[in-house]
Design a protein around this ligand. Structure first.
Ligand code: HEC
Ligand code: HEC
Ligand code: HEC
Ligand code: HEC
Ligand code: HEC
Length: 382
């Protein structure tokens, strides 16, 4: 990013660097910086929603409306204020909330079961964080739908149209690590924007908003939504001779599937109430984030293929090869898998854990389990 590096090198170089920056990088760099430095850049989403109820309803169920949750909160008391800023940049990019959260976290009498940050929609990535700066609402060219929703009324607030809202770069601020960010096996932990640049979607002029905000929908559906995921991929189990052949194909996901090291696609075989896991697909890295174990993410247009040997499956369940038996092959999505693993490990191993940490770690682990869902099942008899 232009502005950060230029701070380090003095005024003249800074000016010349600025000249080389693209115009939209300048707008966006400044846009994201302002949201964290001025308390006045905030109006509650409920207030915006009194007129923009469609956007409020959609956003309320989105991951953005839940961007400041237990998984982050339990870690923050361990960090200095400046270390916390690293997290706030993407998870709570607003000065007014940051000040209040810091006061609460620094108070030793903090009530550990206080859920106000979790339930209160002001403490999240809300309307103002993306749209409001210095009393001006920034947005895309308004759509025809918007005019209908608001019955042709004039806006009560100043509006500035910025075409950056229609571009993938807008999302990159939080969904793409800077090139000097943490790498595992030389890959950035979050590389969604760069992966998108390599995708078929990019060649077809489909950006993040086209897929994640169709008709400007603000529910930002992603890996937590079963229908959304199913529309992006194809899968099948077919029997061929002595094997069950499994194929999982990325058709319409405009980056790797899944995008990061967090989610997993879990393949199970079941018989009555016994279950074995056959595969764990995703980018699997060690819990300390140092080593890659394997990377089986699927690029757009590519497939994951695997043959499961019928005899071996029967062996797993200790069933004789000539005994006809019913089996179910299932595909599950675990959107927050990695966090569930690491938080369970910490809860189990860490000796000096405060009640505050324990409460939020447990909540985060429970939420992870609840977020898993079945997307497909095929029954076979063999
Ligand atoms: C009292 C009603 C009201 C409130 C409150 C309100 N708006 Fe608006 N807003 C409007 C109207 C009316 C328009 C104009 C629609 C049109 O262009 O026809 C509008 C337009 C917009 C646009 C489109 C601008 C563009 O260039 O695309 C955005 C974005 C927006 N508002 C966001 C917000 C946000 C964020 C808040 C809260 C901080 C908010 N509004 C509060 C009524 C309101
Ligand atoms: C560059 C933006 C960015 C920064 C900086 C960032 N995060 Fe995140 N974080 C994300 C995104 C995006 C996700 C969602 C990942 C997904 O859904 O796969 C996420 C997810 C998480 C989750 C999982 C949410 C849950 O509870 O299930 C935790 C925990 C988390 N981040 C903690 C942190 C902490 C702690 C920091 C600061 C040290 C931090 N993050 C800094 C962007 C960021
Ligand atoms: C993560 C950033 C983000 C958040 C949070 C967000 N928006 Fe938006 N909003 C956008 C983007 C990006 C667009 C333009 C999408 C496009 O061009 O396809 C947009 C477009 C709009 C529009 C124009 C819609 C149209 O049909 O022309 C309105 C109005 C709006 N947002 C209001 C809101 C309100 C109200 C909230 C909170 C309830 C909100 N936004 C939260 C990023 C955000
Ligand atoms: C062609 C459609 C398409 C485009 C373009 C696209 N996505 Fe996605 N995205 C999907 C689908 C479908 C999923 C659900 C499957 C999955 O999780 O990979 C998804 C999932 C996600 C997730 C959930 C996390 C995860 O680990 O999978 C995030 C975050 C995300 N996309 C961000 C982005 C961003 C940022 C861009 C633009 C740089 C973008 N997407 C472009 C279709 C698209
Ligand atoms: C200011 C930072 C920020 C910006 C800008 C931003 N996001 Fe996010 N986004 C996040 C964070 C943080 C999360 C994870 C929240 C959590 O789960 O704790 C997230 C989660 C998501 C998810 C995950 C949904 C799921 O099911 O896991 C999708 C999809 C997504 N964002 C799409 C977008 C798109 C598209 C844009 C651009 C229009 C965008 N985001 C802009 C911070 C941001």
């Amino acid at each position: 990013m232009c502005s950060n590096s230029s701070l380090l090198v003095g005024k003249f170089l800074c000016l010349s660097l600025l000249l080389f920056c693209k115009e939209n990088d300048l707008f966006l760099d400044n846009h994201w910086k302002l949201s964290r430095t001025r308390e006045s850049n905030f109006i509650s989403p409920m207030t915006c929603g009194s007129c923009h109820s469609k956007q409020l309803n959609a956003w309320t169920n989105s991951a953005h409306a839940n961007s400041f949750r237990s998984g982050i909160i339990w870690q923050l008391p361990k960090f200095s204020h400046s270390e916390r800023e690293n997290c706030y940049k993407c998870h709570l990019p607003n000065k007014m909330q940051i000040v209040e959260v810091n006061i609460n976290l620094d108070n030793p009498k903090i009530n550990i079961f206080r859920n106000s940050f979790l339930d209160h929609k002001d403490f999240s990535l809300s309307c103002s964080n993306c749209h409001l700066r210095n009393n001006i609402i920034y947005g895309p060219q308004p759509s025809e739908n918007l005019k209908e929703e608001l019955h042709g009324k004039a806006a009560p607030h100043k509006i500035k149209i910025q075409h950056e809202f229609d571009q993938s770069k807008f999302c990159a601020n939080c969904h793409q690590n800077a090139s000097d960010g943490k790498r595992v096996n030389n890959k950035l932990l979050m590389n969604v924007y760069e992966d998108w640049l390599e995708s078929k979607a990019y060649k077809e002029n489909k950006n993040c908003q086209n897929c994640h905000m169709p008709n400007r929908d603000h529910s930002f559906k992603g890996i937590h939504d079963s229908e959304f995921v199913k529309n992006g991929i194809q899968f099948q189990f077919i029997r061929f001779e002595k094997k069950i052949k499994f194929t999982l194909r990325n058709i319409h996901v405009g980056h790797k599937f899944p995008a990061y090291s967090v989610p997993r696609i879990l393949i199970y075989v079941k018989k009555e109430n016994r279950t074995f896991q056959l595969d764990e697909i995703g980018w699997i890295i060690s819990l300390d984030l140092q080593n890659e174990i394997k990377d089986q993410r699927i690029q757009q247009g590519e497939s994951f293929q695997k043959d499961y040997d019928i005899k071996e499956i029967k062996n797993l369940f200790q069933i004789k090869s000539n005994q006809l038996t019913n089996f179910a092959f299932e595909i599950w999505i675990a959107p927050r898998y990695h966090y569930g693993k690491i938080f369970s490990y910490i809860l189990e191993k860490e000796k000096h854990i405060t009640l505050f940490e324990k409460f939020h770690l447990q909540k985060s682990i429970d939420d992870e389990i609840k977020s898993r869902y079945l997307i497909h099942k095929t029954n076979f008899s063999f």
